[in-house]
Ligand binder design. Structure first.
Ligand code: GLN
Length: 226
């Protein structure tokens, strides 16, 4: 569970900074989405890169590779500490796998006490698109699922807000300052999920907030980056 430690308020001058774990996977597209939301995006490749950020995105990709690379430079433990200390973190797909818990590889950060099962849709439908009805969004969100995991959120876990489901499984879930998505919002032009995360980072105040609240794009899918 996340708690206590206060992360710095966004600097009054200049744009707030969101880190993006940039070891492998779809980090360039998350950086582009965040920049389109009007915030600064910083590549995170070593523990020091976590300093003075207001939130962090862990992208989709290959969770075992990310875990390996992060462990080698001490970043895995630093990510775990940051998450447990209350840094807002948005994990998409492989990022959600890493943030959760699970018995199979890779080792998990276990920042949220939720089982996230890798490649759980099986080979037959390992990649698919679905229109998602997400809480507080007036129109559907185009969900791109690529070898997606399944979040096994226990209904009795009252700390979890399930913000969307597909075929009964949670696909967007909030637990305190942690946001998990099993789909890839960065592969669309639709910024609504990134903006939701930025609101969680309390960046809606001031100038940056005005940029964040400006209209989002449509739901057009981009070319698959995997
Ligand atoms: N299947 C990948 C894994 O296990 C995740 C896929 C993705 O991030 N799109 O790490």
């Amino acid at each position: 569970m996340v708690n206590a430690r206060r992360f710095p308020d966004p600097p009054r001058a200049g744009k707030p900074t969101i880190g993006v774990l940039a070891l492998q996977g779809s980090f360039p597209l998350h950086i582009a989405s965040l920049q389109r939301c009007g915030v600064e995006a910083r590549r995170v490749r070593k523990p020091e890169d976590l300093e003075d950020i207001q939130g962090l995105v862990i992208p989709g990709g290959e969770s075992t590779t990310m875990e390996n690379l992060a462990s080698r430079c001490g970043l895995f433990e630093a990510l775990r500490s940051a998450g447990r200390d209350g840094l807002p973190i948005f994990g998409t797909c492989a990022g959600a796998i890493l943030l959760g818990k699970g018995s199979e590889r890779p080792e998990r950060l276990q920042v949220v006490d939720i089982e996230v099962r890798r490649n759980a849709y099986g080979r037959q439908i390992d990649s698919f698109n679905a229109e998602l009805f997400l809480a507080s969004f007036e129109t559907p969100f185009h969900g791109v699922f690529i070898r997606a995991p399944i979040i096994e959120a226990a209904a009795e876990n009252l700390d979890c807000e399930i913000l969307g489901r597909h075929e009964g499984h949670p696909v967007l879930l909030r637990n305190g300052r942690i946001l998990l998505a099993t789909f890839h919002p960065e592969l669309t032009d639709d910024l609504r999920v990134h903006k939701l995360f930025l609101e969680m980072c309390e960046l809606e105040r001031g100038k940056a907030g005005e940029e964040i609240r400006e209209g989002s794009g449509g739901g057009q899918a981009r070319e698959n980056a995997f």
